[in-house]
Design a protein. Structure first.
Length: 550
């Protein structure tokens, strides 16, 4: 997987000098070519969407093309490609010269809102402001509108890369955020208790935001809201792919690695050999590997990292190895995270990754015959985990994220959580912990600890309901009906507002032969979710019971 995620967003830099205008019929030919190519050579990509949904979207765009402007047609194609929801499968929006532009502003979603992290000096008043609206559309709705254009793997991927689309006037118009295409777009902000609106003029075609790993650095005409008196470790030496620093007061070695590629000055095996030689001969108790900015590279270069960790008895133990992950952790770096999870005692901390655990990666360029737009279509399935362990992302064992003020003042709450935490109550594997309490018959402690963990922000990305529900269904599959009912019942105690929890408990009673109780609980689930998927399932089960087909 040698392509880096950064290449995905070269989409706003001119790539091709094809004829600037082609006919509606030629666009329709391109669309049909794309449809036929996917069906013929890439049908395996139909995992998160169906052939029926795909063909319907093609049919709609085909009919609409004669009435659309060029940028609207291209965005329509991008939506179709994005429907596969694999980050490596995307349409390069810069495929036709002079079509897409950007506003001179860089936005970042912190845990307390979307803020202006960087901006051209001409719009300095917006620096550090919270974004309230784009045009007349509230920021939340604007993000929802552009979401279908982005080849998102998950919500984290969108946080990392979706904002490049939000500041494109052409995307905003095609997705209905602004009513008319204009190179002048108004954004509404909140700053220091005041609300104000600024009009931004798009940059010249071919110009792009000079962001490095998602952040604009203060240089030349560009401003960064971050205080410039110091630099946090994760933003130090960004000209290097990796570096390390010893933090003697914490007996910790900190490594930031931002690509899975060899640095020109020192390859990965040599670098990690040097890191572990230092660890071996110095007073080191912890190693922190920070891959929150790492968008991938070459999978074959992960081996040297993993083997050196495994060989280190000093580091490869619970509590000594921490890995910082985040929204930009993607591609070959997701595979590194998978391997760390499989083969080391790493504790993951930060935000979830921007990649599915198992995913379609490496892509080929498929050029549309008339417009010459390059479409990247993935062909390689990467699976480091069993299929039943697949998930939208790798969730951190300890969830920590960053506020706007943290960024502005150069704080790093994620690294601080590693260095300063002394919480002896942290549970690395909540499910195993709860299982052990259950097997020991400590039901009162089990309930107390489950409630504590569910309400602890550190565990907010752990799917307690889903994991417990899966345990119940595993018991149900082994015909351990009463045990399954006990687990499902426990889930309803923890999540009483969840229709799915009551639906699962109903199924447990049905399998156990208590039809009357099952009917009562299915009706409860239906009343809680009358128009949703759980309600539909409950309704169908009630009909089956009435017909005697259960």
């Amino acid at each position: 997987m040698k392509n880096l995620i950064l290449l995905l967003f070269s989409c706003f830099v001119l790539q091709t000098t094809a004829q600037s205008t082609i006919t509606s019929a030629q666009w329709q030919e391109d669309l049909k070519f794309l449809q036929q190519t996917i069906h013929k050579d890439y049908s395996f990509l139909f995992k998160k969407t169906t052939t029926k949904e795909f063909d319907k979207s093609v049919e709609v765009l085909y009919s609409d093309i004669p009435n659309l402007q060029e940028h609207e047609i291209i965005i329509g194609l991008a939506r179709i490609v994005a429907s596969f929801k694999y980050g490596h499968t995307s349409l390069r929006l810069g495929g036709i010269e002079g079509t897409f532009s950007q506003l001179p502003i860089n936005l970042y979603q912190f845990n307390d809102g979307v803020y202006v992290q960087g901006v051209h000096k001409e719009y300095a008043d917006a620096l550090g402001a919270k974004v309230i609206a784009v045009g007349d559309v509230p920021i939340k709705d604007a993000l929802k509108a552009i979401y279908p254009v982005v080849s998102v793997e998950n919500e984290q991927f969108f946080k990392a890369y979706g904002f490049f689309y939000l500041v494109s006037p052409e995307v905003l118009h095609a997705q209905g955020v602004i009513p008319e295409l204009s190179k002048n777009v108004a954004l509404t902000f909140e700053k220091e208790g005041s609300t104000f609106t600024l009009n931004f003029n798009a940059m010249e075609y071919g110009e792009s935001i000079p962001a490095v790993y998602g952040f604009v650095k203060q240089k030349g005409d560009w401003l960064d809201i971050r205080e410039q008196n110091k630099t946090p470790l994760y933003l130090k030496h960004l000209e290097k792919i990796y570096y390390y620093e010893y933090l003697p007061e914490h007996k910790t070695v900190y490594v930031r690695q931002s690509q899975i590629q060899d640095d020109p000055d020192e390859d990965i095996p040599a670098f990690y050999t040097r890191v572990f030689e230092f660890i071996e001969h110095n007073d080191v108790e912890k190693l922190v590997i920070d891959v929150r900015l790492n968008g991938g590279g070459n999978n074959y270069k992960n081996k040297a990292i993993i083997t050196r960790i495994i060989e280190s008895k000093k580091i490869n133990k619970v509590g000594s190895l921490y890995v910082i992950i985040g929204r930009r952790t993607f591609s070959a770096c997701q595979n590194l995270v998978n391997e760390l999870d499989n083969y080391t005692n790493a504790i993951f901390i930060g935000e979830p990754t921007g990649e599915n655990v198992n995913f379609y990666g490496d892509n080929r360029n498929v050029e549309l015959p008339n417009s010459k737009i390059p479409v990247r279509l993935s062909f390689a399935w990467w699976q480091d985990k069993p299929q039943w362990e697949n998930a939208p992302w790798t969730a951190p064992h300890i969830a920590v994220d960053m506020s706007f003020e943290d960024y502005r003042t150069n704080q790093d709450p994620v690294l601080n959580a590693v260095l300063l935490s002394s919480d002896d109550n942290f549970i690395l594997d909540p499910m195993q912990f709860m299982t052990d309490l259950y097997m020991a018959g400590e039901m009162e402690k089990l309930e107390k600890e489950a409630v504590r963990m569910i309400n602890d922000p550190k565990y907010r990305f752990f799917d307690f309901e889903g994991e417990l529900n899966n345990t119940g269904y595993n018991l149900l599959g082994r015909k351990q009906y009463q045990e399954a009912i006990a687990v499902f019942g426990f889930v309803t105690q923890l999540f009483p507002e969840s229709a799915n929890a009551w639906d699962s408990l109903a199924e447990g009673f049905l399998k156990a032969g208590d039809t009357e109780k099952a009917i009562e609980l299915y009706n409860k689930a239906l009343s809680m979710d009358p128009n949703g998927a759980t309600g539909r399932n409950a309704s169908e089960m009630l009909q089956r019971i009435a017909k005697g087909h259960h």
